[in-house]
Design a protein around this ligand. Structure first.
Ligand code: GLN
Length: 438
């Protein structure tokens, strides 16, 4: 069976793709023989790229995102576009215009979001495969944790955002998933680095991140932030995460407690900033230039509102309204500007911690992947609250990795490791020690 046929089978079973390539083209290089799947919000030349939204149905980019071009230059074949929450708006990958992916460990449970399809394909592919994913507030770590794979979110600016369909520009980071730490590190090595098309990308030289995957935690100072083990974190999850931390200790790391007092404010800061940026980004989707078109009738406002009513899902509409509200004259100081100040405090929490430790260790998610029947009972605010452990490092723009550290209720549990800007190597090192010991 060809890899493309296998991808179709994976899709029939788990709804992991929005689009599958007709043929896998590859060449020579570091990714020779590897099929790379691409989250639907990252543009691929000639492949429908919708960011999971009906409003972009039919949009076929005439160019590759820089990260995709870098993969092709290293010989990878592009397999297809993986399912996601619409524009990244979600934690369970149930906010989608095209169907909901299923968790390979239990199809009645969520894959996590928003890079759900990426995590599924990574978990089940029996061929050489790596996934390009993207995180704004936790969208790589969450599905990696729920599906039992490795997910790396790099430093903000480590990878180019050129060709990404933006959610929130000050937060978006393209990253990667793999079955193992070394595999994820290989993809990070390929996609990192400067890009003349993205003026926000960092110009620090790239590294071969695989060289850190030596399974040894000798000399690493690990900090355990007490605020990440509070109310709402399942005790079964906490237990497995501590097993992972103890492994780091037995592999040569030292472990101390640290405090990150602004953690509890990170959620409100994140959602205000993310929605404010999202609501401006989405204004360009008005049925004229990209994706969904309708017969031109009425004046522009009428047409604009008809297309957007039809094309956007419920969560996208909620975020456009909330995001617009927090930026309005009279509310801007109270919400948006206040949220930016809190973000600075969150960054200071991390900078203070990294004066004493190399890596912070915590649960990735407070729970294992919930059942769809449980998710249906949740209010929007309860969806947002699930991100309590991932939004702070995303606000701070520090890199993070989720690595499997055990099972609870028969479902994978992720250990979340976070480190200072541009220190991705330390994450690979620590995560490979946890993985090796298992
Ligand atoms: N769950 C978060 C949100 O809905 C993060 C999603 C993401 O990183 N794209 O905003």
């Amino acid at each position: 069976m060809t890899t493309i046929e296998k991808a179709h089978l994976i899709n029939e079973k788990y709804k992991a793709f929005n689009f599958i390539a007709e043929a896998l083209e590859g060449g020579e290089g570091l990714l020779s023989g590897v099929a790379v799947s691409v989250k639907d919000n990252v543009c691929v030349n000639g492949m429908q790229s919708t960011a999971g939204s009906k409003i972009l149905e039919g949009y076929i980019p005439p160019f590759d995102a820089t990260v995709v071009a870098k993969c092709r230059a290293e010989g990878a074949g592009i397999l297809g576009k993986t399912t996601q929450d619409e524009f990244g708006f979600g934690t369970f990958n149930v906010n989608t215009g095209y169907g909901v992916p299923l968790n390979p460990h239990d199809p009645e449970r969520s894959t996590g979001g928003s890079s759900g399809g990426a995590a599924v394909v990574t978990a089940v592919a029996d061929f050489p495969h790596l996934a390009i994913a993207e995180s704004t507030g936790g969208s790589i770590s969450c599905p990696a944790s729920f599906c039992g794979v490795v997910g790396i979110t790099p430093t903000y600016g480590r990878t180019s955002r050129w060709g990404l369909i933006d959610y929130a520009n000050s937060l978006d980071k393209i990253g990667c998933m793999g079955k193992t730490v070394r595999e994820a590190a290989l993809l990070l090595t390929v996609i990192s680095g400067p890009d003349k098309y993205d003026s926000t990308v960092l110009h620090e030289p790239t590294q071969d991140y695989t060289s850190y995957a030596d399974g040894c935690a000798e000399g690493l100072k690990i900090g355990v932030p007490e605020e990440y083990f509070g109310e709402g974190v399942d005790t079964g999850v906490t237990e497995k995460v501590w097993t992972g931390i103890k492994t780091l200790e037995s592999e040569g790391a030292t472990v101390t407690e640290v405090s990150m007092p602004f953690t509890k404010h990170s959620l409100s800061s994140y959602y205000i900033i993310a929605m404010a940026e999202a609501s401006t980004n989405l204004a360009k989707l008005c049925g004229l230039r990209y994706g969904l078109h309708m017969p031109l009738e009425g004046n522009f406002d009428e047409y604009f509102s008809e297309v957007r009513t039809l094309g956007f899902g419920e969560e996208a509409k909620r975020r456009i309204i909330l995001g617009t509200f927090t930026r309005m004259a009279g509310y801007r100081d109270a919400y948006y500007l206040k949220a930016l100040k809190v973000r600075t405090k969150v960054i200071e929490d991390f900078k203070r911690a990294f004066k004493h430790v190399d890596v912070l260790a915590a649960p990735t998610m407070p729970v294992v992947a919930p059942k769809f029947s449980e998710i249906a009972e949740l209010e929007p605010i309860q969806h947002y609250m699930m991100d309590i452990l991932t939004v702070a490092p995303n606000l701070a723009g520090v890199p993070m990795i989720s690595v499997p550290c055990g099972e609870h209720l028969g479902m994978p549990v992720g250990l979340h490791l976070m480190t200072d800007h541009l220190e991705e190597g330390k994450l690979v090192k620590a995560a490979s020690a946890v993985e090796g010991a298992r």
